[in-house]
Design a protein around this ligand. Structure first.
Ligand code: AMP
Length: 544
């Protein structure tokens, strides 16, 4: 027997309808690419998104067509998303930090028909435009006054383009399983893989992401998504913020510490989210200027492991609660968040930080398990490492135009991460399976060592890689970037780590470098470090 409830497809544009009706005047404040701060509301974003939909429709874009956005977080980018979604076309966020050849490869693979882009990326696109035959026209997210002279095909200023229609348009209706968005994983090896979200997965994920033990945002919050919309589905913030009716502050192109601080302070932001490298810049800026964060209540930190020292700095110096989160593009992207269950809520000081270095527990809608290489479940004792596998309505079951099977017999997706689970269901990532250091048949977590090293007051950033060793196969090498104008010796750094880890985990050597390479999504680029240190000779005597 079927239930007798209404059929109300879970379509993404219903989220902006909701915000426009029930939170109509909530501010959406952006740092524009042209410079000044721009103010609008959810009601106006919806009104203009309808124009985007109508204009795309007039250009013959329809159900299933891909429309690329190569853009920073601004109100215009958000209007584009909802306009694209509202006719059943697919927003395809392209990460501008990729190499131009990778961008061309991705756009060709997706066969994007329209490219919507910020002024910032016009020169980049001009260089590769002849390699993008599927793109029929370029919409530059600006107005007539700022429109540059460009060689891009049928280039038009966004404001002129939507100005050609009146907005008297109704969203299209279709099945909730229709494709909605697309985001390619920035794989460090091989070609990128396309993850294809559906309307249903995005809407369910936005609910999951907003729960009190997830991001817990409400209409009383002011949310600053520093994480770009082009990184892993923008961590759902373009959906979960209007869904909850929170106010929005969008950072545009300026993500440096001082610019982010200005937005946090002037617009009384209560909630923000980004990768650790962004917060490193903000904390360094605050140290320099003596700035305070009186309005900010919570910061979500994920994308790579949040160092213990970072959590401590936010919480102890600035009174901001850190929520460590883990996820991946294939998961829409949230997989777990480290909020405190009653079992841990009363902990304080180091005991609390011991929990907060974990990536946390999954919201409803994410199932997790850890297994050995043969797929056998491993115990949840907080110690045993295994392959982390996930299942749920917002987890990918296949990649775009790719026949390879990515699920196991029970429908779980292997994340490629190695993790422990504790008895209360808190997951901790030990490593990417390809980054874990295999020493004498045992595993050493590079993440744990990196976390510890950045706790040293002189260390700005640290990376640990396995280096060939004649006896133990691999031993850890600690690579360190010191804070500006600081000096330190190997013994000083290793001395700080002593007694905090098992003796055999201690790095065999420390290499001081000026910079550590990052991927297009801000993760440490271990493949390049391994290449750079390929010939590195460890001081053998230390562990022989
Ligand atoms: P992406 O799809 O680019 O977001 O990358 C996903 C990968 O980032 C995951 O599989 C993890 O290896 C890594 N990752 C994300 N969040 C965290 C975290 N909080 N701690 C450690 N690794 C993380």
């Amino acid at each position: 027997m079927l239930g007798l409830m209404q059929d109300w497809p879970l379509l993404c544009h219903r989220i902006i309808d909701h915000a426009a009706i029930y939170h109509a005047d909530r501010p959406v404040i952006s740092r524009s690419i042209e410079g000044p701060i721009h103010r609008t509301t959810y009601a106006d974003i919806r009104r203009r998104a309808l124009k985007v939909a109508q204009r795309l429709d007039r250009d013959g874009i329809s159900l299933g067509d891909r429309v690329a956005t190569l853009a920073w977080n601004t109100w215009r980018h958000m209007e584009c998303w909802y306009g694209i979604l509202g006719i059943g076309a697919i927003y395809h966020t392209v990460n501008p930090r990729l190499f131009p050849e990778q961008i061309a490869w991705i756009v060709n693979h997706a066969q994007d028909r329209v490219m919507m882009t910020d002024l910032t990326f016009v020169p980049l696109l001009e260089k590769i435009a002849d390699k993008l035959p599927s793109v029929e026209r370029y919409v530059i997210l600006t107005d007539k006054a700022h429109m540059p002279a460009t060689t891009l095909k049928y280039a038009v200023a966004y404001e002129d383009w939507i100005g050609e229609v009146d907005g008297d348009f109704a969203w299209r209706s279709f099945d909730e399983n229709t494709a909605a968005g697309m985001c390619y994983t920035s794989g460090t090896t091989g070609n990128p893989k396309g993850v294809l979200y559906s309307h249903r997965s995005n809407v369910l994920h936005a609910f999951m992401a907003s729960l009190p033990d997830s991001k817990g945002i409400s209409s009383r919050d002011v949310v600053l998504p520093v994480v770009p919309f082009f990184h892993a589905n923008g961590w759902s913030l373009a959906f979960s913020t209007p869904l909850t009716g929170a106010a929005l502050v969008l950072p545009g192109a300026k993500l440096d510490g001082a610019s982010i601080y200005e937005l946090l302070d002037q617009h009384k932001v209560t909630f923000t989210a980004a990768v650790p490298t962004v917060w490193l810049m903000l904390l360094q800026d605050l140290e320099k200027t003596g700035g305070k964060l009186p309005h900010l209540k919570r910061v979500v930190i994920g994308g790579s492991a949040c160092p213990r020292a970072m959590t401590q700095a936010f919480q102890d110096k600035y009174g901001v609660e850190v929520i460590h989160a883990w996820g991946m593009t294939e998961m829409s992207p949230l997989g777990s968040l480290c909020t405190m269950k009653p079992e841990y809520a009363s902990l304080s000081g180091d005991a609390r930080l011991d929990i907060q270095v974990k990536q946390g527990h999954p919201p409803f809608g994410v199932e997790m398990k850890i297994t050995d290489d043969n797929g056998k479940d491993l115990p949840w004792d907080g110690k045993t490492f295994g392959r982390l596998k996930v299942r749920g309505p917002a987890v990918a079951r296949a990649y775009y135009k790719d026949d390879s099977r990515i699920l196991d017999a029970d429908g779980f997706f292997d994340t490629g991460d190695v993790a422990t689970m504790d008895k209360h269901g808190y997951m901790q990532v030990t490593d990417r399976s390809k980054d874990v250091i295999k020493s004498g048949g045992e595993w050493i977590s590079s993440i744990d060592l990196e976390n510890l090293a950045v706790g040293h007051p002189k260390v700005a950033e640290a990376a640990v890689i396995g280096v060939r060793h004649p006896k133990w196969d691999e031993r850890p090498l600690l690579i360190v970037v010191l804070k500006k104008d600081q000096r330190a010796t190997k013994d000083e750094i290793l001395g700080f780590m002593q007694d905090k880890i098992a003796k055999w985990w201690m790095p065999d050597d420390v290499a001081f470098v000026d910079d550590i390479p990052h991927t297009a999504t801000g993760k440490i680029l271990k493949t390049e470090l391994r290449e750079r240190f390929k010939e590195y000779k460890l001081p053998v005597a230390a562990t022989a």
